[in-house]
Design a protein around this ligand. Structure first.
Ligand code: ARG
Ligand code: ASP
Length: 713
């Protein structure tokens, strides 16, 4: 085969591949009719696009809830009952827990409306309608405007459109850019302020498998919790009040006991947070070669130190549990993402696409003028951005996920330099020391600073690194000794001493405190050397991406395009299926209670402990109508494209009935935030029959089922 024939074949292959990425995409509900309805019906949807999203009648969207701004939930009764994940309700459950009433460990079930527990500041938001406002937002935006003038004009338009849209109503309006600002959509929302905790399984069910099983298939977590939305007597949002009443929704999901079969159609309706499908080859290379490895190294080191300390004492184990879980979550995600993108040759695929783009652009002078130069510019800018981006990411790591002492110093700065209240600081100090173990923090400090030092460009160093060189020979352990021996911020007594003094005394002491001086130096270098440059370059890339993505859609019009997730309401669809994630390995599409027993390790509060009651039900095979052929299905996987924020989302069958609650992806799937591999990327849901089984048979809270609409058995 000669070369040109060969490359043509490769191109054709890549092209068909791009066109055929069956289940990729997080689609805007109001565009389903034109873009997806036909395809969805062919795959098994029994409803119309209008049933899923409508502004004229009630539709599925009216049962989908943005839960607190960080997760998704779904309405399952005409009394405002909602399901979400256990890990989404976790802090609410935790806030009601104490040693006497340990709902985290033992679960919680309100026996009547009166026992449901209010959660100040927890919200539930519905989408009232979505509108394409592109033309209005871009009014007066002409080609001769500079980027900053363009932004000023756009913001002016946005403010005006929003104001007009919600005048005289209790709704809110937000307008978000799509396709890097080629399109704009407005979301009219209604936010409820009284959301009460109704029920939660014990952690041995809701968090079964803990961090070990997080991002892992096969999975056996009953990751659900139950809340209820309350409204004023007029069914409108109202702040918490004792005599608020259960919210009457426009729609709630019927729950299907029919179960899931391999290859069944399924869809997920929710609020995915962030994806980056259109990154350039250079940006993906940076992610694979620099960003993820550096952050993984940083977190591996931090987690290793924490793990050692946590194993050495129960007290430390409890103190660091939540912090450990949150650091471990994305640490694990990045490893899977990195491996997946490498194995899939994501950079190679991007390069092929980019070459094709440039070729197509240069086919005629007009498109050449518009799009011919944009990719080389993006790539050059991305190269220039790299050192700032890396320093910025690692800076955020050391401040937020590294040693806690720097974080505490930054709180002092907020108080004594930026006027935050001392009262506020006092309560933060309490919190801080409640979960603080000095030797652990000190070890983390030395190691994470060293990684920062070794990985970022020398020109971006904070000034204080010079002193670390001069005085400690660059040895961060010695520097740590110095800091922890001399700082006022290392224990509660010293800090309380400090807080007794007046403002100017505190400021004088802080100005000589080694932690405080380090933190100030770090922040100064971040602001002046790192973030300024980063923002300038990043803004340039963003506006070039607008042109590139516009070009993609015009030059390759046969592909269906979806705009990156941005925490707005989306629908993804695919089917119930397992995968073959690695050589010699097959994932089935479901797991059962047998698997829980296989993983069982008796140990109070252990990750794989199993409640006696559940073992009893298992031994008796007492699954009632929730079982299937003598088995109880616990979780299943499907090819629905999801990301962070989709936790708690309803997973629905072709008739719009609830079959599960989404909560995770498998490790190998996490690359889908950057590139979707249809053979591997799967979401993980808890089977709704397991949820009802736990509520009914395990917890004896079957009365809750009376208000649900259960179909199929
Ligand atoms: N991986 C899930 C998602 O990203 C989080 C699951 C929470 N559970 C845990 N063991 N940390 O958010
Ligand atoms: N676990 C994620 C969430 O909490 C979902 C995911 O990333 O797949 O939203």
């Amino acid at each position: 085969m000669n070369y040109s024939k060969f490359s043509l074949l490769v191109l054709l292959f890549c092209f068909t591949f791009l066109l055929a990425k069956a289940d990729e995409g997080m689609w805007l509900p109001l565009l389903l009719k034109n873009l997806n309805e036909k395809d969805m019906k062919a795959k098994g949807l029994k409803l119309t696009a209008e049933d899923i999203y409508s502004v004229n009648k009630s539709s599925l969207k009216d049962a989908v809830v943005n839960f607190g701004g960080f997760c998704t939930a779904e309405v399952v009764s005409d009394k405002g009952l909602i399901f979400t994940n256990h890990h989404c309700g976790y802090s609410a459950i935790q806030s009601h827990s104490s040693v006497e009433n340990d709902y985290l460990t033992y679960g919680f079930w309100a026996k009547s409306l009166k026992e449901e527990l209010p959660n100040p500041s927890l919200t539930a938001t519905f989408i009232v309608r979505i509108e394409d406002v592109t033309a209005k937002v871009l009014e007066g935006v002409t080609a001769n405007l500079s980027e900053s003038e363009r932004q000023v004009q756009i913001n002016r338009n946005i403010n005006k459109i929003r104001r007009e849209a919600v005048a005289d109503s209790h709704y809110e309006a937000s307008i978000r850019p799509f396709f890097y600002g080629n399109e704009y959509y407005m979301f009219i929302t209604e936010t409820f302020l009284d959301v009460r905790l109704v029920g939660a399984p014990p952690s041995s069910i809701g968090k079964f498998g803990g961090d070990t099983d997080n991002w892992v298939w096969p999975r056996h977590t009953g990751d659900f919790s139950v809340f209820r939305i309350y409204a004023g007597k007029d069914n409108k949002p109202a702040p918490y009040a004792k005599d608020n009443v259960p919210y009457k929704p426009k729609h709630f999901f019927p729950i299907s006991l029919k179960g899931v079969k391999e290859n069944d159609f399924s869809m997920i309706y929710g609020f995915p947070g962030r994806t980056q499908q259109y990154l350039s080859s250079e940006a993906v290379r940076y992610l694979i070669e620099k960003s993820n490895p550096a952050k993984i190294k940083m977190r591996a080191t931090v987690l290793g130190i924490m793990d050692n300390s946590m194993k050495s004492s129960d007290q430390i184990r409890i103190q660091y549990a939540a912090r450990y879980a949150s650091i471990a979550n994305y640490y694990k995600k990045w490893i899977g993402e990195l491996q997946g993108l490498k194995a899939f040759d994501a950079v190679g695929k991007k390069k092929t696409l980019e070459e094709e783009f440039i070729k197509l652009a240069n086919k005629n002078p007009e498109t050449a003028k518009l799009y011919g130069e944009v990719l080389p510019r993006i790539i050059q800018n991305q190269k220039n951005l790299e050192k700032y981006a890396l320093a910025r990411e690692l800076f955020l790591e050391i401040v937020y996920y590294g040693s806690q002492i720097i974080d505490l110093a930054s709180k002092f700065m907020a108080t004594y330099e930026y006027g935050e209240s001392v009262e506020n600081l006092k309560s933060q100090v309490e919190e801080h020391f409640k979960d603080y173990h000095l030797p652990t923090d000190k070890a983390i400090f030395a190691e994470s600073m060293k990684i920062y030092y070794d990985n970022i460009d020398k020109a971006l160093y904070p000034d204080i690194f010079q002193a670390v060189q001069n005085e400690f020979g660059g040895d961060f352990k010695k520097y740590a000794d110095f800091i922890y021996d001399n700082s006022h911020l290392v224990n509660l007594e010293k800090v309380n001493e400090l807080l007794k003094k007046n403002k100017s005394e505190v400021q004088t002491i802080l100005s000589q405190d080694p932690t405080y001086r380090l933190m100030k130096s770090l922040f100064a270098s971040y602001t002046v050397r790192i973030n300024n440059e980063y923002q300038v370059l990043n803004n340039e890339i963003e506006s070039q991406m607008r042109i590139y993505v516009d070009g993609l859609r015009k030059l390759m019009p046969d592909k269906k395009y979806w705009s990156d997730a941005n925490s707005t309401l989306r629908l993804s669809y695919g089917k119930i299926e397992g995968s073959a994630p690695r050589d010699g390995m097959m994932y089935k599409h479901y797991t059962t209670l047998e698997g829980i027993m296989e993983k069982y390790v008796p140990e109070k509060n252990g990750e794989f402990d199993v409640d006696k009651k559940l073992i009893e039900l298992y031994n008796k095979k007492d699954y009632g109508r929730y079982g299937e052929d003598g088995k109880l299905i616990v979780c299943f996987t499907a090819s629905n494209h999801t990301t962070g924020g989709n936790s708690g989302s309803p997973i629905l069958n072709g008739s719009g009935e609830l079959i599960g609650i989404n909560f995770d992806r498998s490790w190998e799937s996490t690359m889908s935030d950057v590139m979707y591999n249809p053979n591997i990327c799967r979401n993980i849901a808890v089977d709704i029959r397991y949820v009802l089984f736990v509520i009914d048979k395990f917890a004896g809270a079957g009365y809750l089922l009376n208000e649900m609409k259960i179909v199929g058995k």
